[in-house]
Design a protein around this ligand. Sequence first.
Ligand code: NAD
Ligand code: MG
Length: 361
Amino acid sequence: MRERRIALLGATGSIGRQALDVIASNPDLSVCALASGSQSLDRLAAELDVEHAQVGGDVVDLLEASEPDLVLNAVVGFTGVGATLWALERGVTLALANKESLVAAGDLAMTAWRRGGGLLLPVDSEHSALHQCLDGHSPQTVESIVLTASGGPFRNRSADELESVTVEEALAHPTWSMGPKITIDSATLANKGLELIEAHFLFGIEYERIEVVVHPTSVVHALVRFRDGATLAHLGHPDMRVPISFALTYPDRRVTSVTSLDFSAGLTLEFERPDTERFPLLALAREAGERGGTYPCAFNAANEIAVAAFLDGRIRFTEIAALVEEALAAVDGAPASDLGELVEADEQARSAAERRLAPAA
Ligand code: NAD
Ligand code: MG
């Protein structure tokens, strides 16, 4: 593999720091640009001898100036849309952790991807697993795909108990260690809803052929059912350095610091149906995805507002879903023909969610 110069967006986050580990152990990977939301990058840029570093603001200028071979988009939230579209449009390899950008801008991103003709490599563990299970198989042999969900810390809480769960409890994820926003999304199952929409766009599969199952230990990352009755699964310890390494070194498969599973120690795999009564955000995401247009964008925007409000102590855990449902009912979901219209749809949904927050504040 020839040397790969990486623009690392979201360098100070959970994915960003693990990516730095992966980059450090592969001499042909280097960092040519760093971006963060608000944390200083001075020390990191000096350590890595990186000329292009930016805190906040629009990353497009940074990308233009640094001319990366690969963009790792590991920022959190809708703010990642610009970098996703930039890389796809130009055919620059995109390693995508920022699922919100594909959920919000799915149609625009797919058009940009077709025009740019570059590689789009998912970093999200389920989608990396699906990419690997689907590799080399023709689409007409695929019957359905299955995303696994840990079920989060509240898998066994009753609807009543969910009313009073705290921020601290919601931030204690049972299997993955991640940034705060995705950790709350995992507790509400909004994360799996976002991933459902992400999978639809990435693999071009209709929603009715994408199943979600709860699998508490997160050992099986995803499965693909084929028409002959066979199912392929991807298994491993839940450690993001594996999918990060796969995306950064694709099509190679490099050594990582993660060991493979030890089956002699015993391994029991459990699966169950997700409960969309207690976790309505999964069903709301599916509905938003099926309706199409800017409904997925609105789902994401309202969810971002609701999660921030929960983390700030302004609403209860169960109000996250209620807020998203109300915001979705208030928007028109009309398709966006360009980034300007998408930003408007995002703002419309944010305002709808914020209006509903105001009386409670
Ligand atoms: P995090 O909160 O730990 O880190 C987010 C990073 O984004 C930080 O470096 C922050 O400074 C940066 N950022 C925020 N706003 C920015 C802006 N405007 N410009 C540039 N940088 C900005 O989040 P995370 O857990 O690392 O997740 C990052 C993304 O990856 C999310 O979309 C998440 O859903 C996805 N993801 C994360 C994991 C995981 O294990 N953490 C797994 C799958 C997918
Ligand atoms: Mg995931």
